[in-house]
Design a protein. Structure first.
Length: 533
């Protein structure tokens, strides 16, 4: 259905961060032909962008939509914000997986979802073939590389196991993976030492891949964890990015400025270090993340066995409420049960008390909050929760840095069907619109063209997505057209399933997936490879 398309009458934010310029954007098939003076006579289908901003399609650096896209390939929570590319791979990726990993993943996956493939390239190809409205790309999960040999066990990899995983990583990178992504507060990723990570980084560096990490700590050991990441970049030459940069927990908020300064200093030394953020004061992860990592040794079944043992369960409860400083204690970082909101998720749609705080649920059950937490985890290990751990001023400070991109760190649901069975974090529906509306337009924290750059050219360059993220001749025809005066997020913690507003047209690979606010669902999305291939 691709054809010549002319987007007329808009102000062009080309992704460079420079001033808005009047011009008509010409698309020829799946590529941008150029920008011409307003009103230039050109044959082709026309879209009226009068009074609007014409920008490259936005790139979501951290998405967890690899399941939700299989249930609804439109990715509407992202698409309706102008997002045209979703990137996966925080710790876990859909491949590479052994047969044992595939069997385990399938047991935990929601109905209608395939959770694992032998290779990541196969998984992305299968998603593309299913008919997506958005582009997808992925890192290789560091969890996967470890699980190929060690499963869920807390032990070092042998040299032979490491060499085998390095070979598989090199093959995935050659097939277009973006790099390697770690998540070092979660098992089994947290069982990896720095030497193991260095092996993955060596391989990624040789192919100009990116090492991207949910660091070992965002709280009590934030700065030490950042030093580990920059140390890996210095030792191996790998380019590195911090996933969802934050200082977690009120006691650690004062560390954010130092973290930002340390990244600036690393960049001044020539290291290629960047970061991304989501523009909210609550994070989201599993409720089981409140349990210290050592109790996860051996996987979900082993954790459930420990929770069923009264003596071990008592030890777990004590370790949650006593701050040892040796692990990322999200329960205490959130200020306790009142700062934890139960959200469910696709894998835990039937869990009780969804939409309530843990404190409210405990009061309703007349239970101790930690005892209820452990019951909920035993019943639904994948249960998601929001943790109110982030300082608004720290978020604003991060958004002022030129090397910080934007992400949702979420699935891509719709305001219909099975997605409505559980609450979600509002960032799924609002991250990009919130930056454009609240922080760029209303607070003037950063100029609108610069906000666009953070969502387009910056991540495209960092991820090595060749000829994407800019409006320039020869670049991919991914385009978002939005009203700068009305673009805004409407999802809240109380009512999260609400689309953002203000985006009128979204074009993916030259095809209008949204036109005049109406969904076309043409399925023009593709699986993207790193580099020119």
């Amino acid at each position: 259905m691709s054809q010549r398309l002319v987007i007329r009458g808009g102000a062009v934010a080309d992704g460079s961060g420079g001033s808005l310029e009047a011009g008509d954007v010409v698309l020829d098939e799946d590529r941008i032909a150029g920008i011409v003076p307003p009103g230039t006579a050109i044959d082709g289908d026309e879209i009226d962008a009068t009074g609007m901003v014409v920008a490259p399609g936005f790139i979501n650096v951290l998405s967890h939509a690899y399941y939700s896209l299989q249930l609804d390939p439109r990715g509407l929570s992202d698409l309706r914000q102008g997002v045209t590319t979703l990137v996966f791979g925080e710790g876990w990726s859909l491949g590479p997986c052994s047969e044992q990993m595939i069997r385990k993943a399938e047991q935990d996956a929601p109905d209608g979802v395939r959770a694992a493939w032998p290779r990541l390239a196969q998984a992305l190809g299968a998603l593309e073939a299913s008919g997506l409205a958005v582009n997808v790309a992925s890192f290789v999960g560091a969890h996967n590389l470890r699980e190929l040999s060690a499963g869920d066990d807390d032990r070092p990899l042998t040299p032979a196991e490491k060499d085998r995983a390095c070979g598989i990583l090199a093959e995935e990178l050659a097939d277009g993976a973006l790099g390697v992504g770690s998540a070092l507060i979660y098992p089994p990723g947290c069982f990896a030492d720095t030497r193991e990570l260095s092996a993955w980084c060596d391989v990624a560096a040789r192919q100009d891949g990116l090492y991207i990490s949910h660091m070992r700590s965002e709280g009590c050991r934030l700065l030490e964890s950042l030093d580990e990441l920059t140390g890996l970049a210095a030792a191996t030459g790998v380019r590195a990015e911090v996933y969802h940069l934050k200082a977690a927990g009120r006691d650690n908020w004062h560390k954010m400025r130092a973290a930002l300064d340390r990244i600036e200093q690393a960049r001044a030394r020539g290291l290629q270090v960047t970061a991304d953020v989501y523009p909210y004061t609550a994070g989201m992860t599993s409720l089981s993340a409140c349990i210290p990592p050592r109790y996860h040794d051996g996987g979900v079944a082993a954790l459930r066995d420990r929770l069923a043992d009264p003596a071990v369960r008592a030890d777990i409860a004590r370790d949650i409420v006593v701050d040892s400083g040796t692990w990322e204690n999200l329960y205490l970082a959130a200020g306790g049960a009142s700062g934890i909101l139960l959200l469910g998720g696709l894998e835990a749609a039937g869990a009780p008390h969804l939409g309530a705080t843990l404190a409210q649920a405990a009061e309703e059950e007349s239970m101790d909050p930690v005892d209820l937490l452990l019951d909920l985890v035993a019943g639904a290990p994948q249960l998601l929760a929001a943790y109110f751990i982030i300082d608004e001023d720290n978020l604003r400070a991060a958004l002022t840095r030129s090397w910080v991109a934007i992400c949702s760190d979420s699935e891509a649901p719709a305001t219909e069907g099975r997605f409505l069975a559980t609450p979600t974090h509002p960032r799924a529906y609002g991250s990009f619109a919130r930056v454009l509306g609240r922080y760029a337009r209303d607070e003037r924290l950063l100029p609108l063209p610069e906000a666009v750059r953070r969502m387009t050219a910056l991540p495209a360059e960092t991820l090595r997505l060749h000829r994407r993220g800019r409006i320039a001749p020869g670049y991919a025809a991914d385009i978002a057209v939005f009203d700068p005066g009305t673009v805004a997020d409407y999802a809240t913690y109380d009512a999260p399933h609400r689309y953002a507003r203000g985006v009128a047209h979204v074009i993916v690979n030259g095809v209008p997936e949204i036109r005049d606010g109406a969904l076309n669902a043409v399925a023009a999305g593709r699986a993207l490879r790193r580099g020119a291939a």
